[in-house]
Design a protein around this ligand. Sequence first.
Ligand SMILES: [Zn+2]
Length: 146
Amino acid sequence: MATSLPRVARIRAERPVSEPKAVVFDEDGLAKCVREWQDRLGLGDWQFAVRIGRARNMTPDSSASLVYTWEKKTGLLEVRSPLDCPDECGTGAEVFVQDMEADVVHELLHAKLHTWQTAKDSFEEALQEQVIDDLARVLVCLKRQR
Ligand SMILES: [Zn+2]
């Protein structure tokens, strides 16, 4: 469920969501963002703890992650600290701009689509990540165009 940085960076380079400025929150702002998108995505009955984490404690090459128990509708959503971006987020010539809101939507879509299970490191998992990431970008883009 971790967001893959190289692919995310590639999408951003190809289709910027909006202006190329970082969208960064503190933990209060992150919690508000999660609440806003929970409601928008029909996940209002879930309880999510949120945390801004350091890269060294997260899945390598991930900008965010979500661990959840769908039976209890609870989860821990963690987003990489801006202290670890952009230096560790850039890949080659690609420009990475941290967008915590897009990361939140991506991770919440995993909860929304919890019945869509895939085998770890499978083609289906890669496809799922791509579909979820595309949907997250479109949803955030639509919100920002209002
Ligand atoms: Zn993901």
